[in-house]
Design a protein around this ligand. Structure first.
Ligand SMILES: Cc1ncc(COP(=O)(O)O)c(C=O)c1O
Length: 439
């Protein structure tokens, strides 16, 4: 459990988030309900940004908005001085609607559609990260037609891969992202970047994985990327002005994961800053503008999802299911990649964990689970379950499977609550449907 000052068990024995009793939130907004603790985001985002500035200097923290893309979140992170990365026209559109200035946007994607690039260029997006062989040519024409010079980075595959608690330096060359440093693809590609009149090649990008706790993985990525910067300078006279090291900082989903505070994340960023400064000094490189792209670490633990317990199925000696009113349509991560979560019976939060339970959803799929075999309080139909650390890649991955509605998102702070995303209706669900007259 990632309990803290703004996520705690209150005097009534209820889980409270952002000063709001979860029983009150459930009553007022219904369940399933995504809830986001604004103070947590403010604290962690500020720790990232301040540490980067204080320990490194010129740079930016770009929230990886694939983790959670809504107007309110863009507004919040803009006010906190962050940039944002986007991987689609939809994310750019939402960011702009939320008040994020275009020049603070970094546009990624292994297959950006020409239409999306047109939109990005027309909107004056700060950086576009090239990740396809023919992308510069397409983008150059788009920029020319728009009468603009577009700043671009090139995404590299540094051959470092990190996930969860381990990292390895691999020679894996089969990923869909980035040009390989190792096999020479990157050299060939970057040399050509100077042949486009309407593109300004300014830097390089890598993203080594997700849910990374071992900071040495970033140390290794920095070594590889700065070695490569040195090679580009020495062999081709190329200066890298912008270095984007991606995201991937780990978060606490279950007791197996370390519990990081804002100060721990600050330490993480300080390590990156110091390691990079040392590397550029040792290799006598020009100091690049440093971008990092945290996604889940800024928002996962800010979020909980509230559910009402429905059917309870006890298969004696085998498995006990609590079926909740959500499921894979609002959190597909277990079904997708067996991600793990921890939970609590929010209206009985100070009772002991006496059961081992599988939280299953209401979808017509056996794999429709949120968490399997987790410790939980004894619950009955109507009790309120809160699943922790659901702020990232839950709402943004939601879908309408079984024609279920996407739950609303409520932001909370100092006891106040309001929608970031309002509830959908069945009218919304069928809004774009059509019955062809020839059927
Ligand atoms: C390019 C890039 N940057 C940042 C991120 C954010 O990763 P995380 O949410 O683990 O911080 C991702 C995640 O896939 C990514 O692909």
């Amino acid at each position: 459990m990632n309990l803290r000052d703004t996520l705690r068990i209150n005097e009534n024995g209820h889980l409270e988030i952002g000063g709001a009793d979860t029983s009150r939130l459930a009553k007022e907004y219904g369940t399933p309900l995504y809830v986001l603790d604004v103070a947590y985001i403010q604290k962690v985002a500020t720790a990232f940004r301040k540490t980067l500035t204080e320990k490194y200097g010129d740079g930016a923290v770009a929230f990886a908005s694939k983790a959670f893309s809504t107007e309110a979140i863009y507004k919040l992170i803009f006010k906190l001085g962050l940039y944002s990365d986007s991987v689609s026209e939809g994310e750019i559109y939402t960011a702009l609607k939320g008040g994020m200035p275009a020049e603070r946007l970094v546009f990624h994607g292994n297959n950006k559609l020409p239409r999306e690039m047109e939109f990005a260029v027309a909107s004056d997006v700060g950086y576009i990260v090239i990740d396809a062989v023919d992308e510069p040519e397409i983008l150059d024409k788009i920029a020319e037609n728009a009468g603009k010079i577009q700043r671009v980075l090139v995404r590299l595959n540094p051959g470092v891969e990190a996930h969860t608690h381990q990292f390895v330096q691999t020679s894996r060359e089969d990923g869909k992202f980035g040009f390989s440093i190792k096999n020479g693809d990157a050299d060939e590609f970057i040399k050509k970047m100077y042949g486009y009149k309407n593109l300004k090649f300014v830097g390089i990008h890598c993203h080594i994985g997700s849910q990374i706790f071992d900071r040495n993985a970033f140390g290794l990525a920095i070594e590889v990327m700065t070695d490569y910067m040195k090679k580009l300078r020495d062999a081709y006279g190329i200066t890298i002005e912008v270095l984007n090291l991606g995201g991937g900082f780990g978060v606490h989903y279950t007791e197996k994961d370390p519990l990081y505070t804002a100060e721990d994340y600050a330490g993480y960023v300080a390590f990156i800053a110091e390691t990079l400064k040392k590397a550029i000094a040792a290799k006598k490189l020009a100091k690049p503008f440093l971008i990092i792209e945290p996604g889940r670490s800024l928002i996962a633990e800010a979020g909980i999802t509230l559910y009402t317990v429905g059917a309870i199925k006890d298969i004696k000696g085998i498995k006990k299911y609590y079926a909740i009113d959500g499921g894979m349509f609002e959190n597909p991560r277990y079904a997708l990649y067996r991600s793990e979560y921890s939970a609590i019976v929010a209206n009985k939060a100070n009772e002991p964990f006496s059961e081992t339970v599988t939280l299953t959803g209401k979808c017509c799929e056996s794999g429709d689970m949120i968490a399997e075999g987790i410790p939980l309080q004894k619950a009955v139909r109507g009790d309120l379950v809160a699943v922790f650390s659901t702020g990232a890649y839950n709402y943004s991955m939601s879908m309408h499977y079984n024609s279920n509605l996407t739950p609303p998102v409520v932001m909370v702070k100092d006891g106040k609550a309001d929608y970031a995303v309002k509830p959908e209706s069945y009218e919304d669900l069928v809004r774009n449907q059509n019955i062809p007259d020839f059927i």
